[in-house]
Design a protein around this ligand. Structure first.
Ligand code: CA
Length: 234
């Protein structure tokens, strides 16, 4: 259950998806082009976005990139394209999942449900102040991030992190695979109060990367977007 924004220019298909989602207990907003999708998200932030790739004005990739400048909700792309390269492109701009057209409504509803559930289960990102956000310890691939103790370690070796570096790591580790723009990081980690250039974010990330040692390579630069943390195995 949640508010789902359906972005699809084919009116019949958009309405059909809306009816199915409403029938499954979700609230739905509709947008029929990229520009109004971006506007709708700024007006009321949905819990999930179903985003058609081919739209008349801004294409789905551009819309997704815009969304990721400020938001972390799941984005499922609807696409007739099946090429691997497009899949990669979509992930680069921060899409979470794909449904390839033509799809069954059953499949679509299942993916919506799965993505909404994942958000609930995921550790929520820190809000930057440390006052909110999930306090659960995150642990995988030799990495441990303990927000309560404000401590992190790799393979049992404690990391000596500044508070901002810790917040960056917590945000990354709580959202593996998710691309974050520099603007978003400034908003979240520095609460928008940042007198530097975007370059300063890069400096912090570079330092964090170095301190992470063998896991440093998991903090990846996403060209034209910002950064993403890929989940280490284990
Ligand atoms: Ca379309």
């Amino acid at each position: 259950m949640g508010l789902v924004l359906v972005v699809e220019d084919e009116v019949d298909l958009n309405n059909l998806i809306r009816d199915q989602l409403v029938g499954a207990g979700h609230s739905v907003e509709q947008a029929f082009d990229g520009g109004s999708a971006v506007a709708a998200i700024e007006k009321s932030v949905p819990d999930l976005v179903l985003l058609d790739w081919m739209l008349p004005d801004l294409d789905g990739l551009t819309v997704c990139r815009r969304i990721r400048e400020r938001h972390v909700m799941p984005v499922i792309m609807l696409t007739a394209r099946t090429d691997e390269i497009d899949r990669v492109l979509g992930l680069e701009v921060g899409a979470d999942d794909y449904v390839t057209k033509p799809f069954s409504m059953r499949e679509l509803l299942a993916r919506v449900r799965a993505n909404l559930r994942r958000v609930e289960l995921d550790a929520r990102p820190t809000d930057g102040t440390g006052a909110e956000g999930n306090r659960e310890t995150i642990q995988f691939g030799g990495l441990v991030v303990d927000p309560t103790a404000h401590a992190a370690s790799v393979d049992g070796n404690p990391l000596d992190l500044t508070p901002k570096e810790f917040q960056l790591l917590h945000l990354f580790a709580a959202n593996p695979g998710r691309a974050f723009s520099r603007e978003f990081l400034i908003e979240r980690v520095w609460n928008g109060d940042f007198d530097g250039y975007d370059r300063a974010v890069d400096t912090h990330v570079t330092r964090l990367r170095r301190k992470l040692g063998r896991l440093g390579e998991h903090v990846q630069t996403v060209w034209g977007v910002g950064y993403r943390f890929t989940r280490p195995e284990g």
